[in-house]
Design a protein around this ligand. Structure first.
Ligand SMILES: [Zn+2]
Length: 161
């Protein structure tokens, strides 16, 4: 695709897109709220300033735009033809930083969940992923769930003489 913006102009357009409280972030926040989960936003004291944080559960969530973070999907591959090297370098730096942030968080015993913009349409799948990561965090977990103790009917032996 041809880019109608100069790199400078494109940068300012994209910076707005990239900012806090983006639509993808709001989608994830609404889902978490619906799931009854409590979270904090943009914790600046953590590596990479994660978009969403659950401090008690030590879970950091990044909501990544596919273009900005170079996702391996059609949207992520849509780099403007004009000034291609500029964009590839910029996105490459973002990706390198993402990897560093993840490693730094994991070194502090945080678990990291990266959600991509293109994955947010399927809220059911998203909810499953969040539940999975929280479940795993609980340690052992019990995948079988509380199925209940089998009840043995007590058969009083009939006494015959
Ligand atoms: Zn994507």
């Amino acid at each position: 695709m041809t880019d109608v913006f100069s790199p400078q102009k494109r940068s300012s357009v994209m910076r707005r897109v990239k900012g806090k409280d983006t639509a993808p972030e709001l989608t994830v926040r609404r889902l978490l709220t619906r799931m009854g989960l409590r979270y904090r936003l943009h914790r600046a004291d953590l590596p990479g300033k994660p978009d969403i944080v659950m401090p008690g559960r030590k879970l950091a969530i990044f909501v990544h735009g596919c273009f900005w973070h170079g996702h391996d999907c059609t949207r992520g591959a849509r780099v403007p033809k004009a000034n291609r090297p500029y964009w590839e370098a910029k996105i490459g730096r973002n990706r390198a930083r993402d990897i560093e942030h993840r490693a730094a968080l994991e070194a502090k015993d945080w678990r990291v969940l990266t959600l991509w913009e293109c994955e947010l349409k399927d809220e059911g799948a998203l909810e499953t992923r969040v539940r999975d990561v929280l479940h795993r965090e609980a340690g052992e977990g019990d995948p079988k769930g509380g199925g209940g103790v089998p009840v043995h009917p007590v058969n009083a032996p009939s006494v015959t003489s």
